[in-house]
Ligand binder design. Structure first.
Ligand SMILES: Nc1nc2c(ncn2[C@@H]2O[C@H](COP(=O)(O)OP(=O)(O)OP(=O)(O)O)[C@@H](O)[C@H]2O)c(=O)[nH]1
Ligand SMILES: [Mg+2]
Length: 310
């Protein structure tokens, strides 16, 4: 992943440049005598403003304070590496395996994809289908978004582009029954992977969240151990609201991981660290563009390095 963590206008500076400017105004002095209290406070503010969340911010600030006080970190380069190593440790703690937890090829795997409106669910599904073509037999895309005009065709086009199969119903149909039919169809056709698309919904829309729980329950009853992955797609540009979204979706359905879309256009990687610290949800996939090949497995090391690049 290249460093794309830039904002527009005034904030068009890397996180590291801003850390240097506001916390490490005199790096040479800092490394001799430890960071003063003001610099630590400014660092804390910057990390909070960059969406790291309270827990991860305090952990990082404590770490930095300890390092500078003990004199183990002397140069700017060492300092930067130490901070990104600690970010990586946060990302690698707890549930952090980015690989999809699917049954072996040939056995039916079900992936349910959820998230708020417009975050990139359908596109992520298309790209995931492309990825899974290499490791699975046959992939079925299920058009569980029966709500938005055009959503069914959008998924159908992704099925065509990726050589996947498609199951959909008419607009307005019950999404749980679309999921049910797709699982039946997959079994009949000998397909081993079903990815279920869902309509975008705000995490505050109680009735729609209940509908989503129902989709999850239908899948659970129909296939042993399914859904094998329930992925929440987040728009990487969204900031702290991502934590609220993940919390609410996780209450309606047990999420297994996150897919972070639009990382190519994002300025806010910090929220990934907050999500890990606060919810222990692994990021599994990152979207880096609109093309079918623009989906990567999350790499905690590369991500931590990129976050502090520039
Ligand atoms: N640059 C970029 N654009 C993306 C990425 N993923 C999705 N998009 C774009 O984001 C827009 C919305 O994507 P969709 O996949 O339709 O999002 P959705 O969550 O399915 O939307 P709804 O079904 O309406 O809730 C589209 O224009 C996509 O091309 C990504 O990783 N990078
Ligand atoms: Mg969609």
């Amino acid at each position: 992943m290249a460093n794309r963590l830039y904002r527009t206008g005034e904030e068009r500076k890397s996180l590291w440049q801003r850390v240097k400017e506001i916390a490490l105004t005199d790096v040479g002095v800092v490394m001799e005598g430890g960071l003063d209290q003001g610099a630590l406070e400014r660092l804390e503010e910057l990390l909070l403003a960059s969406d790291f969340g309270v827990g991860a911010t305090l952990r990082l600030v404590d770490h930095v304070e300890g390092l500078t006080r003990s004199g183990t970190v002397r140069t700017e380069k060492e300092f930067r590496a130490a901070v990104s190593d600690e970010i990586e440790r946060i990302l690698r703690s707890g549930r952090s395996d980015p690989s999809l937890n699917l049954p072996p090829r040939g056995e039916l795997a079900v992936i349910l994809v959820v998230g708020v409106n417009g975050v990139g669910k359908t596109t992520t599904i298309g790209k995931l289908a492309e990825r899974l073509r290499r490791s699975r037999d046959r992939v079925v895309l299920a058009a569980g978004d029966t709500f938005r005009a055009g959503a069914i065709d959008q998924l159908r086009i992704w099925a065509e582009r990726t050589g996947s199969e498609f199951v959909g119903a008419h607009p307005g149909a019950d999404p749980a029954s679309v999921a049910f039919d797709a699982l039946d169809a997959a079994r009949k056709r000998g397909a081993d992977t079903v990815i279920v698309d869902t309509a975008g919904r705000l995490h505050t829309q109680g009735d729609l969240m209940t509908e989503l729980s129902k989709v999850g329950r239908v899948i659970e009853r129909k296939v042993e151990g399914a859904p094998h992955e329930t992925l929440l797609v987040l728009d990487a540009t969204v900031g702290q609201n991502a934590v609220r979204q993940a919390t609410r979706f996780n209450a309606a359905l047990e999420l297994s991981g996150l897919a972070l879309a639009k990382l190519d256009s994002s300025a806010k990687g910090g929220v990934v660290v907050a999500l890990k610290q606060e919810l222990d949800l692994p990021v599994k996939l990152v979207g880096t563009g609109e093309g079918k090949g623009d989906l990567e497995e999350f790499d905690a090391r590369a991500f931590s390095r990129d976050l502090l690049a520039g």
